[in-house]
Design a binder for this molecule. Structure first.
Ligand code: BDR
Ligand code: CA
Length: 310
């Protein structure tokens, strides 16, 4: 099994990433920490507790993270994820409490205590991960890899140049991409190909257990924002679950090692991930960038994982 820590801002697609990860015996989830992003830090923490309660996973330590980005005010995505951050299906109230540590303290303790390097899986703004790297440099070699959802080589979704997670805290992303730790970037290039269609939602709903019902409800709500024809999508892009899917089935993805830099000062490009696909910068690759996925393979992985829950 592979030890991982998930740092997330649930968020519909974050919740589905958690559900997929918890259904996978090859992943050992050592902690779940939460970032401010899709909703306020109080709400994303509460949502992580609600999802883990639904899954009966109150054995996983949970901690809340930074209240705002390193150097900027928080921007939230309530236009995508609603008032609660997880609008749509009915969810249980949290059945357990976060640990007494904050996100950075919990991540540091897990790394220190682990006899094997741990993979970090951030699916929100990178504030907590940057704080961990900045304050616990000595633990860098206990991090196997950072498999993150964020960025995009071709386009943004929050500004013309930037994807939401990187746009919210570009200074944090800059620290992560320059850390020297191997990074896998699941950006919009791949996540816009990891689309879920209406018929896929019906397939998941038909599995008919309490978790698949919630996933179908989350997807119904997540679909609403993406139906706008301006996105040129046939379904909803399941961004965050791509991280977990890559850990479980890397063979369904197309990837290329590239140098990636983060734009923190641009007039129009704040939070852009500058991906050197054609080796024009002369800088060594620091990131495995995912460009494509076998969509059907991705949907099959997600749908089949629902049987884990009954
Ligand atoms: C990212 O932004 C959030 O709204 C999603 O949860 C995902 O992590 C996509 O840009
Ligand atoms: Ca997210």
């Amino acid at each position: 099994t592979r030890p991982i820590i998930i740092d997330c801002d649930p968020g519909h697609d974050d919740a589905i990433a958690l559900i997929l990860a918890c259904a996978s015996p090859s992943l050992d989830i050592k902690a779940v920490t939460t970032s401010a992003g899709n909703q306020t830090p109080e709400k994303t923490l509460n949502n992580a507790l609600r999802i883990l309660t639904l899954l009966g996973r109150n054995d996983i330590p949970v901690a809340g993270g930074a209240l705002k980005p390193l150097a900027r005010e928080l921007i939230i995505a309530d236009n995508v994820h609603g008032e609660s951050g997880l609008d749509g299906p009915s969810l249980p109230d949290p059945g357990f409490d976060p640990v007494g540590e904050n996100a950075v303290e919990l991540m540091a303790r897990v790394l220190r205590e682990s006899d094997r390097p741990v993979t970090l899986v951030p699916t929100g703004p990178l504030t907590n991960i940057a704080l961990l790297l900045a304050t616990h440099r000595e633990l860098a070699d206990k991090i196997e890899r950072i498999v993150l959802m964020g960025g995009g080589a071709e386009t943004g979704n929050w500004s013309p140049a930037a994807e939401f997670n990187i746009y919210v805290d570009p200074e944090a992303a800059d620290i992560v991409f320059r850390s020297g730790i191997p990074v896998t970037m699941c950006g919009l290039d791949v996540t816009h190909r990891a689309q879920i269609m209406d018929e896929d939602i019906e397939r998941i709903r038909a599995i008919g257990n309490p978790v698949s019902d919630v996933v179908a409800g989350l997807l119904d709500f997540f679909m609403i924002y993406h139906r706008d024809p301006k996105w040129e999508l046939a379904g909803a892009p399941l961004h965050d679950p791509c991280t977990i899917a890559w850990l479980l089935k890397p063979e369904i993805f197309t990837e290329q090692d590239c140098w990636v830099g983060i734009e923190t000062k641009g007039e129009y490009t704040q939070g852009m991930t500058v991906v050197d696909r054609y080796q024009l910068s002369g800088k060594p690759a620091n990131t495995t960038v995912l460009f494509d996925v076998d969509r059907q393979g991705f949907v099959d992985l997600l749908a089949e994982s629902m049987h884990f829950y009954g």
